[in-house]
Design a protein around this ligand. Sequence first.
Ligand code: ZN
Ligand code: FE
Length: 644
Amino acid sequence: MMSQPDRRFHYPFINCTNCGPRYTIVKFLPYDRIQTTMEGFKMCEDCHTEYTNPLDRRYHAQPIACPVCGPHVSLLVSSSGKAIKGGISKAASLIKQGKILAVKGLGGFHLICDAKNYEAVRRLREIKERKTKPLALMARDLETIEKYALLSPEEKKILLSARRPIILLKKKREIKGIAPFLDEMAFMLPYTPLHYLLLEHLDLIVATSSNKKDAPIMKDEEEGIRELCDYILTHNRPIHMRADDSVLRVVDDMPLFLRRARGYVPYPQRVPQELEIPHHILALGGELKDTISLYKNGYVITSQFLGDLDEYQNYKYFKETIHHLTKLFEVKPEVVISDLHPDFHTTRYAQKSGLPHFQAQHHFAHVLAPLLEHKIAPKNKVLGVSLDGYGYGEDGLAWGGEFLLADYSSYKRLAHFKYVPLPGGDLAAKQPWRMALSYLMDAFDSRLPQVKALEKVSKNKIKTVMSMIEQKINSPLSSSCGRLFDAVSFLVGLSPLEIEFEAEAPMRLESAAQEGIEESYGFSVKGNLLPYQISFTQTIKSVLKDLAQEIPASLISAKFHNTLARVIVSVAERARRDHGINTVVFVGGVFLNKKLLHRAKSFLEQKRFKVLRTINYSPNDESISIGQIAYGLNRLKTTQTLIK
Ligand code: ZN
Ligand code: FE
């Protein structure tokens, strides 16, 4: 005989004390139901009995609910806004028919379609205005993922964890339109009951954040979701704080965060005891891929990823988040910290705050983030290898290939990539062929050799950019490592003429790199006085020689990655010889490159260096605000400048 099904059978808002929404529904602390967006749902008698029984798994489960008293889903037609019948199973059948649905999750809406229906994927890309940026997938179970990707035991463990991040996994089988030109695809498992119910009918869906270009993820229907989809599967439990899915890779069995948000925020991080102070601090981060961090009572709390603050909507999200987190944790900032950049929105916000304001250099802040996370004591000097796209330098130039001798109090620039012009300024970061030209002129002056990749660019444009570089017109100098990757990616024919998303050209170069190659290219370290300059003239010349001999891009890429790893080792050995340094810290967005990270780390460890990187945070600009907190704590601790 069939037993009576549980009263919550197939109820999409089931939860217990171990799982369910938290960060995105809480308005105030302590975490009690009346302080969450569940306050409007009055518990029925059955739920109340469970909620108040200490032996029940739902004892004090704040979002407790059932079909009688809790939230409900509804399915709407986007064009008319009208509700239709059928709920989740109807939604699933619409997806199977190739429709695009917005589905309300924990931290906002996903845009969802059938991952194996190329026409639906193509249309979703059109709606999101994304031609090539990889789309995240949600799979019914591990077995489904294993059909398309390779999975290590550690990757399985993290996929199955309650935090349910997205993980980038090595492709086994291509799915057209999901992650073109890359060797990985992004997968997650369902993380709400609603997702589970949807995936009873489907095995693999695209589940990408519903945002308009350069705006935060949408959390309410009113934010314009109807324009992005055919149908909306929504519910009436409000989202108080929006948060994207977290994204990571697994490298050497440890997570490497590309984006830290849902599931991991706002986990507090203890600081080294020597840095504890009685004051509250607010750190605002940088500008791109921003986060904010708060300090209170020995802990740092870092926000979710907030995006590029130069976009008005993201800047609003930034202010929303400061307001929310300071209220939630009852933080009353006494000092505010920002980047050195005079024109960043964060710097201006700090100046207007009326609070004492400290500024920390971008790459220095990068280096301090893992020191704080790993509770390195003050006065321990490390070599910070800070490689990224851009950070404002002390000399006003665009830094990004930096080797800093640092502790919490200060840094000395030991070495940096040789400056090359960025022809066209910001445009140089969008059009990698400009960087290719810049590096070619650095290596060959104006007598450029034949380069096949440059045939895609009109002769006129090449001439204009060459004369810009020669005459130093709109060509600021930069030591950026990201731009060097752009140049090489373009020279070997992997980069598009114009990129669609940040790091697209470097990601393609990394994806192509052949495994198991030991060879590398030459480079030189110049100068007798600090900082040394690392010149890639030889590297570029050798790349061109290989290209002339029709060496494949996969081999050139591997050799280029090895070259960078050898540069890092070479500078580390100087730091050891001249300054007694044995700890090397890897920071900056370039270290999202799994192959470079793995290579450089193993080279250094063979030479008995200790290598540190962020484990619970992204090495990219998301960790700037954490480093700023470290700087501020040390400064307040040692100089006692905050007189009350
Ligand atoms: Zn109930
Ligand atoms: Fe950076």
